[in-house]
Design a protein around this ligand. Structure first.
Ligand SMILES: Nc1ncnc2c1ncn2[C@@H]1O[C@H](COP(=O)(O)OP(=O)(O)OP(=O)(O)O)[C@@H](O)[C@H]1O
Ligand SMILES: [Mg+2]
Length: 281
């Protein structure tokens, strides 16, 4: 904890007061909200075999421009994400957690950048099937960051305008699946808490069978989307930006997430001090 405090202080994010331990204690109950609706299998329903997910080729040059360094690993910054990956993986395995949300106090702290780097880094482990779901319905950015277009969006599925959730997902690597969004969706908070969300969980759990599922959420202080969704995940990371995020914002968000017992750690991003590592946990 002292490590996080002094790192945040050094980076100009906080005066170090009021920050509580960034790693949540283990909980006795599994928090991941398992689907409640029965899914018919191919055998029981006699439906035709499911179509495979669309595979996408991702332009490495484009990824580099967007600071996604964990796919090619040419940029030494990918090591920071390997460290984050391992810490996250160990904590999730210890607690039998599967779902991790990524949020921040305010916009542009680096949530999407962290989510995708973490996802590429996790999914390079053989057998570690990783799913990313873009649940920033107000300003989705997974698809544009990767320069790919979804056939259908998660929002369309949640609104009942897309029947097959497979059309909202693509396969980016052998072990990596992405649920995509596009455009701005009004009433996103209500959609994130709607029963259709359970159908989406159901699909991911039964048909993609991930070891880890990452949710890229909107910022906490811009709407109640993130706060309303957090009870549905096992744990979360709060991404804060050096020089932008204030002490008060870190404190407020940390308290809110901790009250839900969902805070795994704080990731310090955009730290300009070359002597200071960019990511703390
Ligand atoms: N460590 C970093 N150093 C410099 N620029 C960064 C860093 N991390 C992210 N950025 C840039 O900051 C901008 C915002 O990053 P990103 O989209 O990941 O943030 P976000 O929190 O997801 O934003 P939003 O709230 O809009 O969803 C992008 O242009 C990204 O390339
Ligand atoms: Mg984003």
């Amino acid at each position: 904890m002292e490590h996080i405090k002094s790192a945040l202080k050094k980076a100009g994010v906080t005066d170090g007061e009021g920050l509580e331990p960034a790693i949540a204690p283990p909980r006795s109950e599994k928090a991941f909200p398992l689907p409640v609706r029965k899914v018919e299998t191919d055998e029981s329903s006699n439906t035709p075999a499911k179509k495979p997910l669309r595979q996408v080729n991702i332009d490495l040059k484009h990824l580099e421009r967007k600071r996604i360094v964990s796919k090619s690993m040419d940029d030494p910054n990918h090591i920071a994400f390997n460290l984050l990956r391992t810490r996250v993986r160990q904590a999730m395995a210890d607690n039998k957690w599967k779902s991790l949300a990524i949020t921040s106090p305010t916009p542009a702290c680096g949530k999407t950048m962290v989510t995708l780097n973490l996802a590429f880094s996790l999914s390079r482990n053989p057998g570690l099937k990783t799913v990313v779901v873009d649940l920033d319905l107000r300003r989705p950015s997974i698809a544009p960051t990767l320069n790919i277009e979804p056939d259908r969006s998660i929002a369309q599925f949640l609104l009942g305008r897309a029947d097959d959730p497979r059309d909202c997902f693509v396969q980016a690597d052998p072990n990596l699946f992405l649920g995509l969004n596009s455009g701005h969706t009004p009433a996103s908070s209500e959609l994130l808490q709607s029963p259709k969300m359970l159908d989406l969980f159901n699909f991911v759990e039964k048909e993609l069978s991930p070891e880890v599922i990452l949710f890229d959420l909107p910022p906490m202080k811009s709407s109640d989307d993130a706060l309303g969704f957090l009870p549905r995940v096992d744990t979360s990371l709060l991404v804060v930006a050096s020089g932008t995020t204030t002490t008060k914002e870190v404190d407020e968000c940390e308290i809110q997430i901790s009250e839900l017992d969902k805070l795994l750690g704080i990731v310090l991003n955009k730290c300009e001090d070359a002597q200071t590592e960019d990511y703390y946990y």
